[in-house]
Design a binder for this molecule. Structure first.
Ligand code: AHR
Length: 481
């Protein structure tokens, strides 16, 4: 396979927000996964797990979406502020019917965001909340001056307002967020977003609740009726090889299921193109971001775990899905302005799994690590022959090229010839590889899949020949000229 790199023909910037994450009050994502409380024996800072925070900082987490998901449209933020002992306990009806203590609320979320040094993406409640409740939340978070909500925030110990860059006006309002028709939600969106006021200097980026998978009518209706009132429109797409009812196991699968999973991940390309064509009709300048704020694999839960907690293992197959998907996002960087993998810890395609004080980084984590140089880099154009099981990205930042390649064949290495316009030098090569289709990390074997040095390349003047093993993701850092 030969690929010609047009290093002088740069494309759009790959927004770092494409590398965003999503943390919902679901199973052990927030509680146990990110937050253990100040009194825990697990090392923490103000209740946030130190190991998890450090691991997320290492992959330059740029933004965190919270509190849901379906949970967002049942969440009443006032229940989660003030002295913890007075906080109202509620039933988490969507996720296992467990008691939600509201111990983790607005103050705790912004403390987590502070420790992660990332942006906040808060998702408001349209399904069961009032306009006033949403307006007051925005006021509580962002108002610097004197106001009832700002005064209340100060009483609760936070003098300064927080920075809130992104705000979602409802979630999945076609389903768990109220079972609405798009016409009805479009009107509600217009109404609710009016009261998402800008109190500080920072303009709040408003995200309208978008379509499920290929519901193009939803996108058409939202764009037609409200495009000038939104900064972003969301899209949700999960990969479950055998459909919604019987999703398949995260660990036990055959070759056919491997390819079905990868094919379904690749379907993201068509979804972005088709939803993007509708958006182009109303927004040819591509001002409005397509915000894919839920994506990833969704398998059957691990046997013996709470079905409502969505806990699944994560293998080299998930790493393939992550690499395939991120490469697609890069390709559409002019329209995809943010994406948030579901979900950060212990839920669905998590980058981190925890058990008590133990923590492991999943193969998906390592893809985010191998790909982090693409954040805010320029997409570089290329052309050449294609191969079904190869997907790649070339980008440029700080004078260096980053080439990431995923070979999702289950056997057989692939030779790729990259031609550049001037002599090149490979500065660094790294990769992850699976020895078997379900290679994964667990608490007894945390390093089965881990980043290793890669030296499967030969450089000759303007050419680098890379031999990419099956079931691997490779990243090369290259200096030109
Ligand atoms: O990520 C799990 C759930 O999937 C979210 O709560 C919901 O928005 C989606 O259906």
């Amino acid at each position: 396979m030969t690929i010609n790199i047009l290093s002088n023909k740069s494309g759009p910037t790959i927004s770092k927000y494409i590398y965003g994450h999503f943390a919902e009050h679901l199973g052990r994502c927030i509680y146990e996964g990110l937050y253990v409380g100040k009194e825990s024996d697990i090392p923490n800072v103000n209740g946030m797990r130190t190991d998890v925070v450090e691991a997320l900082k290492n992959i330059n987490i740029p933004v965190l979406r919270w509190p849901g998901g379906c949970f967002a449209d049942e969440y009443h933020w006032k229940d989660g502020i003030g002295p913890k002992e007075n906080r109202k306990k509620m039933v988490n009806t969507h996720w296992g019917g467990v008691t939600e203590t509201n111990e983790f609320g607005t103050h705790e979320f912004f403390e987590l965001v502070r420790q992660l040094d990332c942006e906040a993406y808060v998702n408001g409640n349209v399904g069961s909340g009032t306009v006033q409740e949403m307006q007051e939340w925005v006021e509580y978070i962002t108002m610097a001056g004197v106001s009832p909500m700002a005064d209340w925030r100060r009483e609760n110990g936070q003098e300064e307002p927080w920075d809130m860059k992104f705000f979602g006006v409802g979630n999945e309002n076609w389903g768990c967020g109220g079972n609405m028709r798009p016409e009805y939600y479009a009107d509600l969106y217009r109404r609710y977003q009016t009261y998402v006021r800008q109190y500080g200097d920072q303009k709040i980026y408003k995200v309208a609740g978008g379509a499920n998978v290929d519901d193009y009518h939803w996108t058409e209706t939202l764009m037609k009726n409200a495009h000038w009132m939104m900064d972003g429109l969301s899209l949700h797409y999960y990969v479950h090889p055998h459909g919604w009812e019987e999703k398949g196991s995260a660990l036990q699968f055959d070759e056919d299921e491997w390819f079905l999973t990868c094919q379904k991940a690749a379907h993201m390309d068509e979804l972005i193109s088709k939803h993007g064509t509708i958006m182009d009709k109303y927004d040819p300048e591509k001002r409005i971001g397509m915000i894919i704020d839920e994506w990833g694999t969704w398998f059957n839960v691990e046997p013996g775990t709470n079905p409502g907690f969505l806990y699944q293992q994560n293998t080299i197959r998930d790493a393939m899905v992550a690499a395939i998907t991120l490469n697609i996002f890069h390709k559409h960087a002019d329209r995809v302005h943010m994406a948030n993998i579901a979900q950060t810890v212990n839920v669905l395609q998590a980058v981190i799994l925890t058990e008590g004080e133990k923590m492991v980084k999943t193969p998906t984590y390592h893809v985010f690590d191998l790909y982090k140089n693409h954040q805010d880099a320029e997409l570089i154009d290329s052309y050449g022959n294609e191969k079904d099981t190869i997907t790649y990205t070339v980008s440029k930042k700080d004078g260096q090229l980053t080439v990431s390649i995923c070979n999702f064949a289950v056997a057989g290495e692939e030779k790729l010839d990259f031609n550049f316009s001037s002599p090149v030098e490979v500065v660094e090569g790294q990769y992850i590889v699976g020895e078997e289709m379900n290679a994964h990390n667990d608490f007894d074997h945390p390093e089965t899949v881990s980043i290793q040095d890669f030296n499967g390349f030969v450089t000759a003047e303007n050419n680098v020949q890379v031999t990419v093993p099956a079931m691997s993701v490779v990243t090369l850092t290259i200096k030109e000229g």
